[in-house]
Each structure stands twice: as C-alpha cells, then as structure tokens.
Design a protein around this ligand. Structure first.
Ligand code: SRM
Ligand code: SF4
Length: 569
C-alpha cells in the first residue's frame, strides 16, 4: 500500500509494536504468569508489558554468577517505580512505602529517582499484588511510569514557595492525568478490579501506544532543577503579576545514545513558542499525537521525539502541532535559567510555612551506620503535618512545616543524619544513576562509585585551593544516561567495568551538552585529567565562572551547538 503519510518510517515494525498491538490494551497474559510459581519471572511479551504498569523484571547481578554455578535461575524480582507528578507525597503515604520496603523488598530501601519519584528494588512475585494494593490504599499507583507512554511528569520542587509554583504543580498533575493510558488493565490485574467488556480505545496515546518512552516537565524559571533538555515536552512557566498566565513550550530533548552508533546522540529541546494557559492540555495532546503518528516504529534506537524532529524538521513538526491543537505559537516570552541544584536547608514559603531540603546521597534511603536515614524519614512522617517533595536531583524536601514545628523537625533530621554540616558543595552537586547491581543494562558502576569519586574530586579542589567551589558532576553506568551525565559539567558514561567515557563542557544551568573528551578511560586516568584541568581553572578561571564555561572559553573543549552534527566530532 502506498505510504499516505510521508513522515511515517516504512519497514518491518519493531517487535515491541507487535507486543503492544496484541496485548489487549496492556493485559497480555500477565495474570496467568502471576499464578505460575515455577519461575519468579514473567515470560515473553509480559516481560515488556509489566513495564507499562510501572515494573521492570530484574535480578541481583552481584549474585547472578554464584546462582548459575549452583544451577539456579537468577533470583527474578521486580523493581517498581511509582507515579508521583511533581514528586509530592503525604506523610501517611510515606509511612506505607517505608513499611512495604522494609517488610517485602530484598534491598529494603526506598530509592528516590532522577524523575521525582521512588522505586522499590527486589519485590518477589508473590508480593507484587500486595505491593500494588498497599499503594492503592494510600492513593498511589505506578501506571505508565515505564513503557512507551508519557512518564511521571516533573515539576520544579518547592511548589509552595510562591503561588506560581503551586499553580505549576497543579498543571503537572493535570498533564499527567490527561496523558495517562485509559485502559483498565492496571485496576483489573493488580487491584482485582471488575472485568468489564468494553471496546477500549486510547484516544491520545493510540491503541499501539507511543513509539517509545515520552517525558514531560513543568518548570518554573529561573530554576531548571528538572533539566528540561532531557525531556520530550516541557512547559516553561510564564507569570505576570505573580500569576501563571502561560507557558513557553520546548520539544524534543533527550539524553540517551548507544556506544558506537552515531545516529544516536543527546539533544537539547527546541523552543516552539508561547501559549496561553488554557491551551496547555490541547498542546500536550497534540505534541504526543504528532510523535505517536510520525515517530519511528521500525527502529527503537531512533524512535524518540528528538529523532522525529531531526528527521522531519522542527518547523514541520511545530506546524502539525499547531494544526492539531488549533493554535498558533506566539514568540517565546523572555526567561532565564540561572540554577539547577536543590536549595538545601530551610526556606520560608509565601504562606509563612517552612521547607527543609535534605541531601540524600544517590537518593538511596536506607539506615546506614550512624546515619539512620530511613528511620529518620519515618519518624518525621509520624509527626509531620505538611508533605514531602521528591526532587529531580534525588533529594527530599520536608515541606510545609508550620513555624511552631520547625525545631522538632530539625532535631529529628539531625538526630538521624538527614542534616549534617559537613557535606561539601561538590557532593551536593553530584549525582549518579542506579546501575549495578540491579540494572540489567549497566556497563560500569555508578551509584556505588559516586561517593568515592566525589571524595577524590573534593581532594583535587582542595589541592588547588578552591575547596569551596564545585563542579556539576554526574555518573551514568551506560549510555542511556539515567543520571543525566549528558547535561553535567563533567559527565562520566559507563563503557565497561572501571572504564568510562569522559565528557566535558556542560554548563551549570543545564543548557549545554558536554562533549566527548576521552573514551574508555580508567578511574585513575579520569582523575589525572581532572587534576590538570581543575588546576588550570583555579589559576585562570574568572570570578564565578563555572568549570564547564571555563573549558569552553579556554577552547579546551568545543561547545556542542547542534548535537546531530557536532556531538561526536
Ligand atoms: Fe533510565 C532504562 C533507571 C531516569 C534513560 N533506567 C532504565 C532502567 C529501567 C533499565 C532497564 O531498562 O532495564 C534502569 C533501572 C535501574 C534500576 O535498577 O533501578 C533505569 N532511569 C533510571 C533511574 C531510576 C535512575 C536514577 O538513578 O534515578 C531514573 C528513573 C526515572 C523515573 O523515575 O522515571 C531514570 N532514564 C532516566 C533519565 C533521566 C531523566 O529522565 O531525567 C534518562 C535520560 C533522559 C532520556 O530519556 O533521554 C533515562 N533509562 C533511559 C534509557 C534510554 C532511553 C532512550 O532514549 O534510548 C533506558 C533504556 C531504554 O529505555 O531502552 C533506561
Ligand atoms: Fe542502568 Fe544505564 Fe540507566 Fe544507569 S544509565 S540506570 S546503568 S540503564
């Protein structure tokens, strides 16, 4: 049949397209697999389909070889990722997830992610339904936090600091709901919901869902804590007289690549223009719709929105969004990003309440010797009358604390090591993805490597007399980029055990992609390079000049301007 739409990529459809198409709206035979106690895993198509319900099948890679020696199948389990638009969670909900992690997960931790939610690692098959039902009882689900759908919608943290933050958060929630799958599969399978014979349709996502994962943010400048350029669709809040009036819309960011495949690359989002607030949901649905219809369903490596924009052209994509949403983008309103990291410690909100941001290294909430983070959070949840907010930098905000409760919350946070006065700026500005032992795609350590690597960089900064300065430093265990190393000043991308590609030259605001500086080098080689470059920065850097900006100004690294053309050169 002739191709009626010249923007559709022709060819043999990717296997995932068959899986989605035959899944009966994401049901597959998951229920049958759940009852099969011969294996801890999910079979064939269901392995993919459970992702749309917010779960990934995993095993502990540290013990995989040992189990194989004993002729045992890997200890199959699932990781669950919750849906929390804007990262807000109530104390009652926190206590429920704290209890579940302790009693029913192999790792016992609550892992805060780079997308403002939490993950349980290591839930065995017999506990999966209990997990969903426990979450449901406190009003949390994990619908569409993975798979080819719109994922958890991010929103700048600390939303109650101003009315604009609060409104932005409300929009993050609305967008999340608007773009959710409509299938009742989640309720039927996990919550024992009534099976109703309906002719289901997915009016926005399409009956075959999206070609690939899709990510959305709402961001309140000047703070780019959500890292807009990692996302397919971004709404940049524009306010007048303290009220949110509209959004600048940015489309087509994304960070993942594949080693050795130069058709893949990290890419910044393009500025489509300004829309008034009443058009938000229409524009969200139209951008998703164009990507749904024009995205590459043949090659999953080139399927994300960023590649659709590269292939069809930004103007064509934008014009189609305008047509479908019945709008015209106005020229973007002026805004500026000036920061990205979380603001640690207390801040006072417009309503007179206080918000305490605490640093959680790697987002891993667990009790450590002398630092009982998990117990501390639970103790706070028992007495806290406000809420918790998870940040996109894997940290935690204890939000909306009444003035009279401030001392008590601070005392608890200090008692459990949630506040310590000896965390360097460098540690606060560093981040890593999960990687080993749970991530099946990990090529090198990330979360477990980060703390020591930061200590080494702290040492280099001190050696060159600039101990109070910091570098946005991020490690990601493979080129998928979950730790957003591709928006760091120094980004490490895992290549193999103990080996990384070193990328340099991002900026502190997250608006420049760092370029490959050296490939496949050891941890010691990385430190040697950083020693030399930090030394130069200490000598020749201008006041307040970030490390990445310095490297670009000194022409030590060329800036990445159009990543399709110059990321690899
Ligand atoms: Fe990610 C896959 C962890 C944010 C790009 N990511 C995975 C999986 C599920 C591995 C897998 O497919 O089996 C990892 C599970 C590890 C584990 O054991 O927990 C994983 N990603 C994470 C988290 C938990 C990292 C963290 O340390 O916080 C983040 C969870 C976010 C969330 O709550 O939804 C996480 N992942 C990201 C980001 C950063 C972001 O979105 O801000 C990216 C880069 C941005 C982007 O999408 O371009 C990212 N993850 C990927 C990719 C590459 C996608 C692509 O475009 O090719 C994969 C692999 C895939 O999808 O095929 C992946
Ligand atoms: Fe796993 Fe790679 Fe993502 Fe790290 S970047 S969590 S190693 S998929």
């Amino acid at each position: 049949m002739a191709n009626e739409n010249k923007y559709i990529v022709e060819g043999k459809l990717a296997e995932n397209e068959r899986i989605k198409g035959e899944s009966n709206f994401l049901r597959g035979t998951i229920e049958k697999d759940l009852k099969d106690d011969l294996t801890g895993g999910f079979t064939a198509d269901n392995f993919q389909l459970i992702r749309f319900h917010g779960m990934y099948q995993q095993d502990d890679r540290d013990i995989r070889a040992e189990r194989a020696k004993q002729k045992l199948e890997p200890l199959q389990n699932v990781m669950l990722r919750a849906r929390l638009p804007g990262g807000i969670i109530q104390p009652k909900q926190w206590l429920a997830i704290d209890k579940f992690a302790a009693e029913h997960s192999l790792f016992g931790s609550i892992r805060l992610t780079t997308r403002q939610t939490f993950q349980f690692h290591g839930v065995l098959k017999p506990q999966i339904k209990l997990m969903h039902q426990t979450l449901d009882k406190v009003g949390i689900d994990s619908i569409a936090t993975a798979g080819d759908v719109n994922r958890n919608v991010l929103c700048t943290s600390n939303p109650v600091e101003s009315e604009v933050h609060q409104e932005a958060y409300e929009w993050a929630k609305k967008i999340s709901e608007h773009l959710l799958p409509k299938t009742r599969a989640y309720a039927e399978i996990w919550l024992d919901g009534e099976k109703v014979e309906t002719t289901e349709q997915e009016p926005i996502l399409g009956n075959n869902y999206l070609p690939r994962k899709f990510k959305t943010t709402v961001v309140v400048p000047p703070h780019n804590d959500v890292d807009v350029h990692a996302n397919d669709l971004n709404f940049v809040a524009i306010s007048k007289d303290g009220k949110l009036v509209g959004f600048n819309v940015l489309v087509g960011g994304g960070l993942a690549m594949t080693h050795g495949d130069h058709t893949t690359f990290p890419r910044k989002a393009d500025d489509f223009g300004y829309i008034s607030i009443d058009k938000t949901l229409d524009v969200a649905a139209a951008v998703v719709g164009v990507q749904r219809d024009w995205g590459n369903r043949v090659n999953r490596k080139n399927a994300k929105t960023k590649y659709t924009l590269e292939r069809v052209g930004v103007e064509k994509f934008k014009a189609e969004v305008e047509k479908r949403a019945g709008i015209k983008f106005a020229p973007s309103e002026a805004y500026e990003f000036t920061s990205r990291g979380d603001r640690f410690g207390w801040v006072e909100g417009v309503d007179g309440n206080y918000h305490l941001t605490v640093f959680i290294e790697n987002g891993r909430i667990l009790d450590y010797p002398g630092k009982t983070l998990k117990t501390g959070c639970a103790e706070i949840a028992k007495v806290h009358n406000g809420d918790f907010r998870l940040t996109a930098n894997q940290n935690l905000v204890i939000a909306a604390v009444a003035p009279e409760d401030k001392d008590r919350i601070e005392a608890l946070a200090r008692e459990h090591g949630l506040i310590t006065d000896d965390v360097s700026n460098q540690r606060l500005d560093s981040m890593a993805c999960v990687s080993l032992p749970t991530c099946p795609l990990a090529m090198a350590e990330a979360e477990r490597y980060l703390p020591g690597a930061v200590t080494d960089i702290e040492g280099l900064l001190a050696k060159h007399g600039i101990a109070d300065k910091s570098i946005i430093f991020r490690v990601t265990g493979c080129p998928n980029g979950c730790g957003r190393a591709m928006l760091a000043e120094v980004g490490l991308v895992g290549k193999g055990p103990g080996k990384y590609n070193l990328h340099l030259g991002g900026d502190r605001e997250g608006t420049r992609i760092p370029k490959m500086y050296k490939e496949n080098i050891s941890e010691q080689e990385i430190l040697n390079d950083l020693d030399e470059l930090i030394g130069l920065w200490a000598q020749k850097g201008n006041d307040n000049e970030g490390f990445g900006d310095f490297l670009i100004r000194e022409k030590i690294v060329a800036p990445v301007i159009n990543s399709a053309k110059d990321f690899y050169v």
